[in-house]
Design a protein around this ligand. Structure first.
Ligand code: NAI
Length: 303
């Protein structure tokens, strides 16, 4: 297998002023990518901002290592901000090949106490931001006949987590977005995949003990991201759980299911009678697209 390189590739990494984004940006740049380091600064809950230093520091690190990078300080959460992020890449490097949607904030609060603003802001940064930046880059990726997009979900989105209704909704929305872009991008050689990371960052510093965090460095997540961004990656529409050296595919699967023959009508009791089989995932499988999944239902239902 040849080395993974990004020579002549232009990458946008959102939220790259620290944590995972910084690590992704440094790795890609060290392997030849020209990188737009996007970050508006700000605190974990999305307040503040305008601290240009975070992105500038990462650009300086990349340049000190002999790489090429420019900073961008726009928010991913507005349509205009996303357009400016992509324009920064176009102006500095002439194109976009890779988009890593990583920027994120947290506003954890129980559903009972959640305010309207907590919902809107978290969806704006994670879900709208991932969409807007991908959308701004999309025509350039299609023009290139090449694109690699990596989205960032979370176990909270895939499985749910107390106090994270806003965050988990946004994060699972990202998975749906990524899958549809994978289908729409297929004929243009645009691959779209998702990571669900666990890593030490300011987001996790307050919820995990230091000895655990030291085993979960962002640098252990970035190699998967680099592979998913590379020419060698043929995967699309996939999700991977990654952290501390662990990497695994995550899938939405559907069981073999049952058929209610309907001879005696379709009653709730028919469902209860087959509850064990309905919940049996021993023959579960993932589907490549909606048509395949709908076909599974139709085949069972229509024979
Ligand atoms: P982090 O807080 O270090 O990084 C997020 C970055 O996004 C920050 O530098 C922040 O300034 C930037 N940002 C926030 N709003 C922005 C906006 N509107 N426009 C541009 N940049 C903005 O946290 P971390 O952990 O590195 O998070 C990176 C991504 O990974 C996030 O999407 C997060 O939800 C996700 N994630 C992280 C996990 C972990 O264990 N660290 C677990 C699961 C998901």
């Amino acid at each position: 297998m040849s080395d993974i390189r990004f020579d002549n590739r232009v990458a946008i990494v959102t939220g790259a002023g620290g944590g995972l984004g910084r690590s992704h940006a440094l790795l890609l740049a060290s392997r030849g990518a020209k990188v737009v380091v996007n970050d508006l600064g700000g605190s974990v809950d999305g307040s503040g901002g305008g601290a240009e230093k975070a992105a500038d520091k990462v650009v300086d690190e990349i340049k000190a290592g002999g790489g090429e990078a420019v900073a961008n300080y726009d928010g991913v959460d507005t349509w205009e901000g996303a357009q400016k992020i992509v324009a920064t890449a176009k102006d500095a490097f002439g194109k976009v090949d890779i988009v890593i949607n990583n920027a994120g904030i947290l506003r954890d609060v129980s559903f009972m106490k959640m305010q309207e603003g907590d919902w809107h802001k978290v969806l704006a940064v994670h879900l709208n931001g991932s969409c807007f930046v991908s959308k701004a880059a999309w025509p350039l990726l299609r023009e290139n006949q090449y694109g690699r997009i990596v989205f960032t979900t979370s176990a909270a989105g895939l499985y749910g987590n107390f106090g994270q209704a806003n965050y988990s909704a946004a994060k699972l929305g990202i998975v749906g977005l990524a899958k549809t872009l994978a289908h729409e991008g297929a004929k243009y050689n645009i691959k779209s995949n998702v990571i669900a990371p666990i890593a030490k960052s300011r987001m996790t510093e307050t919820v995990m003990p230091p000895n655990m965090l030291e085993k979960l460095l962002p640098e252990f997540v970035s190699p998967l991201v680099a592979y998913l961004c590379s020419d060698q990656c043929e995967e699309s529409a996939q999700t991977y759980s990654v952290g501390g050296g662990y990497v695994s595919r995550v899938a939405i699967v559907e069981g073999a299911g049952i058929i209610i023959d309907g001879k005696g009508g379709h009653a709730p009791e028919d469902v209860v009678a087959k509850w064990k089989e309905i919940n049996d995932l021993s023959e579960a499988k993932p589907f490549a697209n909606m048509t395949e999944a709908a076909g599974h239902v139709m085949k069972g239902a229509l024979g």
